[in-house]
Write a protein that binds this ligand. Sequence first.
Ligand SMILES: Nc1ncnc2c1ncn2[C@@H]1O[C@H](COP(=O)(O)OP(=O)(O)OP(=O)(O)O)[C@@H](O)[C@H]1O
Ligand SMILES: [Mg+2]
Length: 450
Amino acid sequence: MNIQGTKSPQSLQKTLGIGLTLGVSLLWLLALSGTVYVSQNKLNQLFDSALAETAQRIMPLAVVEIINREDPQQAQQIMSFEAHDERLVYLVRDETGAILLQSHNADPKLFNETLLEGFSSSETHRFYGASAVQNTLHIEVAEPLTQRREAIIEIAVTLFWPLILLIPFCFIGTWAFVRYSLRHVLAYRSAIESRGSGDLTPIKVNDLPVEILTISESVNHLLGRLRRALESERSFTANSAHELRTPIATALAQIQHLQQEVAAGPIKDRMLKIEATIRDLSNLSEKLMQLAKAEGGGLLSTEEHDLISLLSLIVDDFQRSKPVSLIKLTLPQSGEFMSDIDLDAFAILIRNLLDNAIKHGTKDQPIEISFSSEGVLSVINAASLIPAETLAQLRQRFVRSNTAVQGLGLGLAIADAIVSGVGARMTINSPATGRVDGFEVSVDFTVIKN
Ligand SMILES: Nc1ncnc2c1ncn2[C@@H]1O[C@H](COP(=O)(O)OP(=O)(O)OP(=O)(O)O)[C@@H](O)[C@H]1O
Ligand SMILES: [Mg+2]
């Protein structure tokens, strides 16, 4: 259910799934950056020490080579033993910067112009410079930076790959785990959803998490209070209506008795009016008792009954007490429709619908009652049209449309309470289906079974 003006509710599964996946990904990226940073430092130290080592190893060889030459000032390029891609290149220069010896692939333009000692870097290379023979000879070894960069990129990529797998795994894993952990809460939700509006018994779901347990206890507590309040209201109505029966019957008997003793005249007329009023009072107490029953529990019985044979009994009985010749009852040729609706409740429902059809229907027009083999009861009578907005309110207590005849406006409220109490569905149509006028009430009993 959406409460207007508030944001639409979010699924806990989705929020946790997204939140945890984002968190884990972020932590992974942080760990990755840390690893890359530390590895880069360590790699640089390693590469640097190898570079310095190489320079110090080559230097004595170069010194011997240069000193043993006929003309030591003659620049010489060391020939390679076989063609290979040199990673480390070096240059040996004298104190003026003149090149005395260079490795076969060395490009002098790459090197520092000034003769530097120790480590230095250019855009593309890392250098290590050292001097020997009283600073008359200077060696500089260069190593391209691409090697170090490649190594770092490889480490970063290797560490990044698992994240691609981690994201869906983390999301699906959280989703499934949250669903598993919430299974009792979901059971609680469907227990609430599946119960009828009149069911106020405590909701029982086992193994609820502590966070929800208190809520469920409070809800049950509230339901209990509501049930007791409604029950006391209903029993008060039923009891008072019941208590009224005897005095009303006594008053009615006495006024009828008195009428016989009085001759026709104004006093007799007044007595007739009193009798009519007492009859209305009797009707009211009868309807109030029916309403109290309809709105109370106990609308379903433990046994199943065949509604088709029950309906024909009730209609027969009704015709005997109020002789009307025009009731047309249509029942399926064979078969039965079993339902666990309480016998009395079903009889009250049918009597109210028939009572209405006789009271409000056009006189001398047939009343059609049918019960389909699928379990749909329909009562149709001729009547003038009722505007849609009035029609929609007829189920409410004390709402009437036809005020020409006596009534209280409780019949349809009683019928509606019974129908919704047993979980069936009632529709009211004016005009009746397939007609231009008339009034139709149909009750679908199939829903009770599902
Ligand atoms: N079969 C029907 N044909 C035409 N109008 C109907 C029919 N049934 C109900 N109505 C209309 O719906 C109104 C409400 O019906 P409801 O049974 O609740 O009250 P009532 O019949 O007027 O009084 P009560 O049943 O309490 O004696 C009626 O006043 C009438 O206008
Ligand atoms: Mg009625």
